[in-house]
Ligand binder design. Structure first.
Ligand SMILES: Cc1cc2nc3c(=O)[nH]c(=O)nc-3n(C[C@H](O)[C@H](O)[C@H](O)COP(=O)(O)OP(=O)(O)OC[C@H]3O[C@@H](n4cnc5c(N)ncnc54)[C@H](O)[C@@H]3O)c2cc1C
Length: 413
C-alpha cells in the first residue's frame, strides 16, 4: 500500500493528514512541504512576529513528536513538481518520486505580484511565508518609513504593526474604501479613522504608476503624480491560488481546484483543501474561494475524513479575523449581495457590530471588539435564524433569546 501523499503542510495539509488518521486511515501518510521550517502559524507574521512579541518557536503548529506519534511522515524542504494521475505518482524537485493511493493537494496561495514599471526590482517585499516575515522584520527594525501598496488585511495589519514600532507609514489603496471586498462600509470608515489616529497616511482611490530606487531609498510614483519616498516597499495586493500542479495534472480548476463538500476533486482519488480550492458555498450561494485559517482547517478535516471513507462535509459558516492596534475585527458569514445593514452599538473603539442582510436574511456580521456578539452571530447564521433589523440594532434586545433549532444550539464556537 502506498497510502496518502499530502502536498503542503500548513493548516489544510496538517489538518487533513490528522483527520485521515483520526477517521481510521491505517495506510502510510506522507506530508510534504517545500518550506524547511516545521509547519507554522501565518496570522502572527503580520502582527506579533513582526512586532517582536511572538518568537519563531511560538509559531510552530505541531512539533516533530506530534507527527511521529500519529504515524505521519513529515518531509520538509520537499517540492512536488508534477502529478501523474495515471501512474499515481508525484514527482519531486530532487528527481525522486512518491507513489500514492490517494493524493491531497493543500498547496495554499501565494502573494500576487505587482506589475507596474520597476516592480521587477530587487527588494520589494511580499508577506506570505515565515522567510518573508524574517526578511521584512530585519529591514523594518532598521527603517524609518514604509510604503504599503494595498489596503487589504495584510497591508493594514503591517501598517498597524509598523506604526506601533514608530515608523512613518503610508498606505496606497486603489479602491475608494479600505477592505472594500470584505467588510461593510461602516467598518471601512472605522478603520480609516483608526489608522489616521495612529498617524498612518492612507491614500484611497490611488494607484501606483512606477517604482524607482536610488541607493536604499524608494520612490513610489502614484497614478495621480505624487512622489512618495520610503525605506521599504511592501505590496499586499491579494493572493493567487497555487493550482499549477492540479491544472497540469488535468484536474478541473477555476480560480482554485474545484472540490465538493468532501474536498473531492474531479478525480475521485485526488482531494484538495484550503486556500488553493474553490467550492460551492451554501452561505454565499455561489462558487467561492476562501483564504482563512478556519476554512483551511475545516475543509482539511472534511477532505482528510473523506480519504478515510468517512463523511464529514464542509458546511461551516465562513469566518475571519484581523487585529489592528487595539481593535479586534471579526467577521462571520459572507456579505456578497447584501442589501441592508444595521449597526449594533456605536461605531467606535468600545465595540460595535454590523448586521448585514440579503432579502431580510442575516448573511454576515462584522464586529469590532465584540467577540460575544460574533459567537451568537455565528450560531444564528449557521442555523439560518435572522433577528429582525430592529432587534439586531437594539442593544437592549437579547440576541441569545432567539430560539435556535436544536442542532445549532451546540454549534462549535
Ligand atoms: C501574513 C498573513 C496573515 C494572515 N492573517 C490571517 C488572519 O488573521 N486570520 C485568518 O483566518 N487567516 C489569515 N491569513 C490567511 C491564512 O494564513 C491562510 O488562509 C492559510 O494559511 C491557508 O492555509 P493552507 O493550508 O490552505 O495554505 P498555506 O498556508 O498557503 O500553505 C500551503 C503550503 O504548501 C506549500 N506548497 C505549495 N506548493 C507546493 C509544492 N508544489 N510542493 C510542496 N509544498 C508546496 C507552501 O509553501 C505552503 O507551505 C493570513 C495569511 C498571511 C500570509
Amino acid at each position: 500500500m502506498n497510502g496518502l501523499v499530502v502536498v503542503g503542510a500548513s493548516y489544510a495539509g496538517v489538518q487533513a493528514a490528522l483527520s485521515a488518521r483520526e477517521a481510521g486511515y491505517a495506510e502510510p501518510i506522507r506530508l510534504i512541504v517545500d518550506e524547511t521550517s516545521l509547519p507554522y502559524q501565518r496570522p502572527p507574521l503580520s502582527k506579533g512576529f513582526l512586532l517582536g512579541e511572538a518568537s519563531e518557536q511560538s509559531l510552530v503548529l505541531r512539533d516533530e513528536t506530534f507527527f511521529r506519534d500519529k504515524g505521519i511522515e513529515l518531509l520538509l524542504g520537499t517540492s512536488a513538481v508534477r502529478v501523474d494521475r495515471q501512474e499515481r505518482r508525484v514527482a519531486l524537485a530532487d528527481g525522486a518520486r512518491l507513489d500514492f493511493d490517494r493524493l491531497l493537494l493543500a498547496t495554499g496561495s501565494r502573494a500576487r505580484r505587482l506589475s507596474v514599471p520597476g516592480a521587477e526590482r530587487e527588494g520589494i517585499h511580499y508577506l506570505r511565508s515565515l522567510r518573508d516575515a524574517q526578511t521584512l522584520k530585519a529591514e523594518l527594525d532598521a527603517a524609518a518609513s514604509i510604503i504599503i501598496i494595498g489596503g487589504g488585511f495584510i497591508g493594514l495589519e503591517v501598517a498597524s504593526t509598523a506604526s506601533k514600532l514608530g515608523k512613518n507609514v503610508t498606505v496606497i489603496e486603489a479602491a475608494s474604501r479600505l477592505l472594500e471586498r470584505t467588510v461593510s462600509p461602516v467598518v471601512s470608515q472605522f478603520l480609516l479613522a483608526l489608522h489616521h489616529q495612529n498617524g498612518v497616511d492612507i491614500r484611497l482611490s490611488e494607484t501606483v504608476a512606477r517604482l524607482d530606487k536610488d541607493g536604499d531609498r524608494w520612490t513610489v510614483t502614484t497614478g495621480s503624480g505624487a512622489a512618495l519616498h520610503g525605506d521599504i516597499v511592501l505590496a499586499g495586493i491579494g493572493g493567487l491560488p497555487n493550482i499549477e500542479l492540479a491544472t497540469e495534472a488535468g484536474l478541473a480548476c477555476d480560480n482554485g481546484i474545484l472540490v465538493d463538500a468532501h474536498g473531492a476533486t474531479s478525480d475521485p482519488l485526488v482531494f484538495a483543501a484550503g486556500d488553493c480550492t474553490s467550492h460551492h458555498n451554501s452561505f454565499a450561494g455561489q462558487q467561492t474561494r476562501l483564504e482563512s485559517v478556519q476554512h483551511a482547517q475545516d475543509q482539511g478535516k472534511a477532505a482528510g475524513s473523506a480519504v478515510a471513507g468517512k463523511t464529514s462535509p464542509y458546511t461551516s459558516v465562513p469566518r475571519f479575523w484581523s487585529d489592528q492596534y487595539a481593535a479586534k475585527l471579526q467577521m462571520v458569514g459572507l456579505s456578497h449581495g447584501r442589501d441592508h445593514h444595521v449597526i449594533r452599538g456605536e461605531p467606535d473603539q468600545s465595540g460595535f457590530s454590523v448586521f448585514m442582510y440579503r432579502q431580510n436574511r442575516l448573511i454576515a456580521v462584522d464586529s469590532v471588539n465584540r467577540p460575544g456578539e460574533q459567537l451568537i452571530a455565528r450560531k444564528l447564521i449557521g442555523a439560518g435564524v435572522s433577528p429582525s433589523p430592529a432587534q439586531a440594532a437594539d442593544l437592549s434586545f437579547d440576541l441569545k433569546a432567539l430560539p435556535l433549532p436544536r442542532a445549532a444550539e451546540g454549534a462549535r464556537p
